[in-house]
Design a protein around this ligand. Structure first.
Ligand code: 26A
Length: 347
């Protein structure tokens, strides 16, 4: 790994669900058979459990490191080129899948400190690729066993206290809101940025209560257009509110540290990224990929955040952070899952 930055070790802390992605290209009827849609992201219910075995047995599935926050941190590390800038917490099982995740995190330079559940297997995520779409079905398993005790252990607490930037996905609201609140409170007490992601429409639909509880602590909120619209609908905002209007309303939600106004960054596939601050909206163009250049869009949103974070922790301007987000997303779309190839060439 060539060092491309001199960010300090442990400057960025993330918490999330460490998942192993089981990814395959499938026909539409496979999705329909499980009541799933293109570009869904859902939690597995009992009826989804056969998916994982079917993907392996009938669709030549590939195993890839996944989990939204861990993806973002791996990508940030790839761009930074300097190990252990990012620290990750999450819960895995005691099994071969955990070993794979641990190895992938290490290779990428992420300093992963997993809690280990001895009675539950490592979580997996079925990634169903249909053309340029991807549908996700997560079986959290051990990831769901994460407890706040893990963050309170002295060595881990020191890592949290020592960071200057914090990133947690909305996905983690399904697992452990008290841990999120605790990290958010630490960030706030030390006046350090706390970043969050809307993650998936179902988070706004079913986890709005804990999401609204943490929102006052959120300095930067990320999301894509479907997630932003789901948030707006659940809030009962006007049905004709467009993405710009939703962004303005997101940044205007109550905030504890009013000296640092919230920023919203909303992505919309190959359409421009919106940066919303106060009541101004700036657009950042995305270079459109040709269909034949697209391998799969799994992890594109995570990679965007990873690219963003790699610059943000170096105190670069938002404009540079967003350009790097777009760079990383583009690269990841041209590779399977949230993986990269070669050295980054972001300038
Ligand atoms: C709680 N849920 C549903 C999830 C996820 C998730 N990561 C954390 N929690 N559902 C899917 N993912 C991950 O998202 C990545 C693509 O953005 C997948 O593992 C995949 O790598």
């Amino acid at each position: 790994m060539s060092h491309r930055s001199n960010a300090r070790e442990g400057i960025l802390v993330g918490c999330g669900n460490p998942l192993l992605d089981i990814s395959a290209t499938v026909p539409m009827h496979f999705l329909q058979g499980y009541g799933m849609k293109e570009d869904d992201a859902i939690l597995a219910e009992e009826r989804h459990m056969p998916i994982y075995r079917e993907l392996v047995e009938n669709y030549k599935a590939e195993y890839l490191a996944g989990g939204s926050v861990q993806n973002s941190l791996r990508i940030a590390q790839w761009i930074l080129g300097q190990p252990k800038v990012a620290v990750f917490f999450g819960c895995v099982g005691k099994d071969n899948y955990a070993d794979i995740l641990r190895e992938k995190a290490r290779e990428a330079g992420v300093d992963a400190h997993y809690q280990v559940s001895t009675d539950t297997p490592t979580g997996t995520c079925a990634v169903l690729i249909t053309g340029t779409h991807r549908s996700l079905c997560a079986n959290l398993a051990a990831a769901n066993k994460f407890t706040i005790d893990h963050l309170k252990q002295p060595a881990n607490k020191a890592l949290v206290d020592n960071a200057l930037y914090y990133y947690i996905s909305g996905f983690f609201l399904t697992v452990n809101p008290p841990s999120i609140m605790s990290v958010a409170a630490t960030a706030n007490a030390k006046q350090r940025p706390f970043l969050m992601n809307l993650s998936a429409p179902f988070i706004s639909q079913f986890f709005m209560e804990p999401l609204l509880k943490v929102m006052p602590y959120v300095d930067i909120i990320f999301g894509n257009e479907a997630e932003a619209h789901a948030f707006a609908t659940t809030q009962g905002w006007p049905a004709d509110a467009d993405l710009r209007e939703i962004g303005k309303r997101l940044v205007a939600l109550p905030k504890i540290n009013s000296a640092r106004p919230r920023i919203a960054i909303l992505t919309q596939g190959c359409d421009p990224v919106l940066l919303i601050q106060h009541d101004t909206v700036q657009e950042f163009e995305v270079t459109r990929l040709a269909v034949h250049e697209i391998v799969d869009t799994n992890g594109a949103g995570d990679a965007f955040v990873g690219g963003f974070l790699s610059q943000y922790v170096q105190d670069k301007s938002l404009d540079v952070c967003i350009r790097c987000g777009n760079y990383a997303a583009r690269h990841i779309i041209m590779n399977p899952g949230c993986t990269y190839s070669g050295e980054p060439d972001f300038v």
